[in-house]
Write a protein that binds this ligand. Structure first.
Ligand SMILES: NC(=O)c1ccc[n+]([C@@H]2O[C@H](COP(=O)([O-])OP(=O)(O)OC[C@H]3O[C@@H](n4cnc5c(N)ncnc54)[C@H](OP(=O)(O)O)[C@@H]3O)[C@@H](O)[C@H]2O)c1
Length: 339
């Protein structure tokens, strides 16, 4: 049996519980993985530990009815996240707490603790890999534990593994893409004639933008992802503060109209490139000609092109956010650990 503890039970944590519950049989039959969630620690959503394995449908139902996982009838209640990592007996920690690109907390302490104890970690949280990928990978290597981060960039669309595994043997000398769905949605809607504030409000109502949209519209989310890809795929050692950054808050309807007149679209482009032997990262609004494939990635869709020596350009396109989409990134990492 593969025992899993979930740390964080928000949109992604709950979606993963639902997806795993639907796929449990398939995982067993197709990959021989008998995956059981033994613990959930969710801060205000409570915590529950049962080493025999939790009935996920029952957990989700009780949680829906009461707002806390502690109404589940059996098991130990009230453990905090670190106690859960230490005491759950889990082999795999799925870490889905909030991203913090300044301190990495609380995720960084969760990941450090779990890897030090020899537990595999799968995370969707950009903080730990953006601030400390090399350190965490080394702790994992020392303790035979994997540190898996596919879900941190473009959710379940396999952009990390494409760069680190699928195109192995190529030298990646850069990448360029649209890796923030919120800003791409806003820019797409502005081209159709809307005003920035009204579209942002609509994006918040649709759940595409957070109540505090600064992380997206000022480019920080994309910066975190650039750092993760540059460090894992290009062997760089960037920190978020090293990446040149400009968001979309200064983009006006006039700028979008002007671009349109010269057959261009404004996109928030995230990229990394090598300059004088050094890897540089940049996030900025750019005019992209309509003949460029990136100009036609609209709405909440994401895309990323790797520039390589052998295959030249390799592009991955897909959904870059959403609970179910991110849960699938976590699921693919789980399968990869046991394959
Ligand atoms: N949603 C997406 O589309 C998406 C896509 C890719 C990556 N991500 C990343 O995945 C992570 C989760 O995203 P989300 O959308 O699920 O966010 P969310 O709904 O805000 O969930 C985060 C959860 O973490 C919990 N938490 C915070 N600190 C904790 C602690 N010390 N112990 C236990 N639980 C703790 C929060 O508890 P409270 O409920 O008490 O606040 C919250 O429920 C984030 O890092 C995000 O950047 C999200």
């Amino acid at each position: 049996m593969t025992k899993i503890a979930l740390i964080g039970f928000g949109v992604v944590g709950q979606s993963f519980a639902r997806v795993l519950s639907q796929k449990q049989q398939e995982l067993k039959q197709k990959y021989g993985i008998d995956a059981q969630v033994v613990a959930i620690s969710g801060r205000s959503k409570g915590s529950i530990l049962d080493e025999q394995g939790l009935d996920l449908e029952k957990v989700l139902k009780t949680f829906e009815e009461t707002g806390t996982v502690e109404s589940y009838p059996t098991g130990r209640k009230g453990l905090d996240s670190i106690q859960t990592i230490k005491e759950s007996g889990a082999d795999v920690i799925v870490e889905t707490t909030n991203t913090n690109l300044e301190t990495g907390m609380p995720g960084l302490s969760h990941v450090r603790e779990a890897l030090s104890l020899g537990k595999h970690v799968i995370t969707s949280n950009k903080g730990p890999p953006a601030l400390a990928y090399n350190e965490l990978k080394a702790i994992g290597d020392k303790n035979n534990a994997k540190f898996m981060i596919e879900a941190t960039v473009m959710a379940g669309t396999p952009v990390v593994n494409t760069g680190t595994k699928s195109i192995a043997g190529n030298k990646v000398h850069g990448f360029k893409g649209i890796i923030n769905g919120t800003t791409n949605y806003i820019l797409t809607k502005m081209e159709q004639g809307g005003d920035y504030d009204a579209i942002l409000k609509e994006a918040q109502e649709l759940g595409y933008a957070e109540a505090d949209p600064a992380g997206d519209v000022e480019g920080w989310d994309a910066v975190g992802k650039v750092v993760i890809l540059a460090n894992t795929v290009m062997g760089a050692n960037l920190k978020p503060g090293d990446v040149e950054r400009e968001g979309i808050t200064g983009i006006t309807p006039e700028m979008i109209r002007d671009a349109k007149q010269s057959s261009e679209r404004i996109k928030l482009i995230a990229q990394a490139y090598i300059e004088n032997g050094v890897v540089k990262g940049k996030v900025s609004p750019e005019k992209v000609h309509l003949t460029d494939p990136l100009a036609n990635v609209n709405g909440t869709m994401n895309a990323l092109t790797y520039m390589t020596d052998g295959l030249l350009e390799v592009t991955v396109i897909g959904r870059g956010a959403g609970g179910v989409e991110t849960a699938h990134g976590i699921l693919s990492d789980l399968i990869a650990i046991y394959e």
